[in-house]
Design a protein around this ligand. Structure first.
Ligand code: DMJ
Length: 673
């Protein structure tokens, strides 16, 4: 053993010291003696032998080393703090995106390691994603064959646990090699998948056919029974008065036509499957087989027919394994393709599916941004299933183009895009509501669908949420509800569409997939607001649009409703978000809120002879003014999300295997080839 001995090798005035390493010194004459007393005495003797100057220098050195130690401890502490991800505030850093300056900076550091698409973002993103608790490698499968289901309460809360304990997840996953990290989203290599467009492949088999482990019968609970009852009531109206037509008019006991393609029936197919309504499903299937014909001289809206018809057919194919639905999906998919023949490749809004021609609306050559960017999940899946890359190519091109466009405001997009120039138009207005909403939703969902490797999508999504936080978030009075308003040419408006209520669910889905935990916090705040949009209204049903009070006034609630906005179209967005929130947190209050909403639909919108109707006035319980129309999304989305919200079976459309399109049609998340 060596001891460091400091010796005075020269006269006291000489300003240097020598350090001699001498084993003998330490051992001493008496051989090895390591007693504490001996060591203390020996040190003290050496110290006394030193000059004043030497002692001062040594003391100064010690002090200097101590200061260095403290400094390096503090600077190492920062990344450690964000590693633990305990406090959101701890993680605040400047955004790393060039040219992006946020007043409310990003909550996580930039990526440490990114692939080429992410450019040269240099910083380390230390937050590992919470590992999806239910993720299983291998082919996706639905694992339900209605009506046989299994209630598994015990695993319900796993997801929320990992969101709350990322530090723990970090420790467990430290050894795993990650490929991409973007503001906390770290993608594991074995979760990544190849998109299908790289080469023509053999057609894929449907998810349900690949199912390895079908489960035991699942008892359904009382609230789910109530949803089934509501569905049957709605279906009865449709069957009796609108069979094979687009929408039921329940009061006049007739129907309305939009595309003339049995819209409600197709939109409702997978809901019937999920609810276990076999008889109704078989009847509807027969109609599809015998009567659904797309060779019709009819103009359809590209977006609406994609999300409702193509999406509905694809998901029903996956759930049932019945190739009839895939054949029909291919047919409509092919017939919609002329929409992409534009100078800019930004699709036209309308297609004549019989003639194979497409055109913009009569009054403009613009398309809506949400519409052209919310058809991707469906066309990409169609490519995967058919092995024909043209579908995916067309929609990917749109996303790539929009990614590069100028005219965004911190990731927020305008509402219109020109099909000739490919440029945004009507610049300066930003909303998460109508005309822009599902652009944001599909950024995240495409990223999830493709195995979390399309970095531009994630980049645009994360940037947009920062834009929302910077420009659109405000708090109301008196309850201080967090809401998402709108920005028009620099002026903030406290207006929020009910449509915006998709956002809490999407934010929660992102957090579940490893994005920053503050998205979950925002989701919790926003879903409370969306619930209040129901609870603060006389009928307990939300209007189409609300305005929030920014200043407290005696006798005023947070929510104000303008006469033109007080209708309710049986929309799904709040129930949709309640479903995600319950799945990921297990907090029963979300189920209770959904239950209240279902009861109010029953109270104010149910038509005794069958069906439910939109209403004109949510503020008048004694006369809500029925509109005489049941939108197809009431069966396609609202009741489906209700049923899933009340379920405790996380495998009833497992969110690690399926991603819902914007019309609530579940499509499989791609898995490695
Ligand atoms: C549905 O067609 C879809 O959810 C779309 O994204 C928005 N509008 C309706 C439901 O409100």
């Amino acid at each position: 053993m060596y001891s460091a001995a400091v010796a005075a090798a020269s006269p006291p005035r000489r300003d240097f010291i020598s350090v001699t390493l001498s084993p003998e010194e330490a051992v001493g004459a008496g051989g090895y003696n390591n007693s504490k007393a001996w060591r203390r005495r020996s040190c003290w003797r050496k110290w006394k032998q030193l000059s004043r100057l030497q002692r001062s220098i040594i003391l100064f050195l010690f002090a200097f080393l101590a200061v260095c130690g403290v400094i390096s401890y503090t600077s190492m502490g920062e990344p450690w703090k964000s590693l633990t991800n305990k406090s959101l505030d701890d993680q605040r850093t400047e955004p790393e995106i060039p040219g992006l300056k946020l007043a409310n900076p990003a909550v996580l550091p930039a990526p440490q390691k990114a692939d080429a698409n992410l450019g040269d973002n240099p910083e380390l993103s230390p937050q590992k994603p919470p590992k999806p608790p239910h993720v299983r490698r291998g082919p996706s499968n639905l694992q339900i064959k209605p009506p046989w289901r299994d209630v598994r309460l015990k695993t319900q809360h796993d997801a929320s646990r990992v969101v709350e304990e990322p530090a723990q997840a970090d420790k467990e996953e430290k050894t795993e090699k990650s490929v991409i990290s973007w503001r906390g989203a770290v993608i594991e290599p074995d979760q990544s998948t190849e998109p299908p467009s790289s080469k023509i492949k053999e057609p894929e088999t449907p998810s349900s056919v690949e199912s390895e482990d079908q489960k035991e019968p699942v008892p359904i609970n009382e609230r789910q029974m109530a949803v089934i009852e509501a569905f049957r009531h709605a279906w009865k109206g449709y069957k009796d008065f609108a069979w094979g037509h687009d929408e039921l008019k329940p009061l006049s006991k007739s129907y309305s036509e939009w595309f003339g393609l049995g819209l409600t029936l197709i939109d409702a197919l997978d809901t019937m499957w999920i609810l276990g309504l076999k008889e109704e499903f078989e009847e509807a299937r027969k109609w599809v087989a015998d009567h659904l014909v797309f060779d019709k001289n009819v103009d359809v809206n590209l977006f609406e027919s994609t999300i409702r018809i193509l999406g509905g057919l694809l998901s029903t194919y996956h759930l049932s394994g019945d190739s009839l639905f895939l054949e029909k999906a291919k047919d409509i998919g092919n017939r919609l393709m002329p929409a992409f023949k534009t100078p800019s490749k930004i699709p036209y809004s309308d297609v004549n599916i019989g003639r194979g021609t497409a055109h913009p609306p009569r009054w403009t050559s613009d398309s809506t941004v949400a519409e052209v960017t919310s058809i991707q999940l469906e066309f990409r899946e169609l490519s995967r299933l058919t092995g024909d890359e043209k579908f995916q190519k067309a929609v990917d091109e749109v996303m790539k183009h929009v990614h590069t466009l100028s005219g965004k405001n911190d990731g927020l997009v305008p509402m219109f895009i020109n099909t000739n120039s490919g440029q945004f138009t009507h610049l300066g207005v930003y909303t998460l509501g109508a005309r822009a909403d599902s652009y944001y939703e599909y950024l995240l969902k495409q990223w999830i669908q493709g195995g979390k490797k399309e970095n531009e999508l994630l980049e645009d999504y994360m940037r947009a949420i920062e834009g929302v936080k910077k420009h659109l978030l405000q708090r109301s009075q008196p309850k201080k509800l967090t809401f998402v308003g709108e920005l028009a040419h620099g002026h903030f408006s406290a207006k929020m569409d009910h449509l915006v209520c998709f956002l809490p669910g999407t934010l929660a889905l992102g957090a579940h997939n490893g994005l920053t935990a503050d998205h979950m916090k925002l989701a919790e705040a926003l879903i409370e607001t969306c619930y209040q949009m129901y609870a603060q209204v006389e009928t307990g049903l939300s209007p189409e649009i609300v305005h929030f009070n920014l200043h407290a006034q005696k006798g005023h609630k947070d929510v104000e409703i303008k006469p033109a906005d007080r209708h309710n179209l049986l929309r799904p967005e709040t129930v949709e978000s309640l479903f995600y929130m319950y799945r990921f947190t297990g907090d029963k209050k979300y189920q209770d809120w959904g239950w209240e909403i279902l009861q109010n639909f029953n109270k104010y919108t149910r038509v005794p002879t069958g069906g439910y109707t939109s209403i004109n006035n949510v503020q008048n319980p004694s006369n809500p003014e029925p509109r005489d129309k049941m939108e197809s999304f009431f069966l396609g989305e609202t009741l489906k999300y209700m049923f899933l919200l009340f379920s405790d079976d996380i495998d009833l459309i497992n969110l690690d295997k399926y991603v819902f399109n914007t019309e609530a049609h579940p499509l499989p998340i791609w898995v490695p080839a």
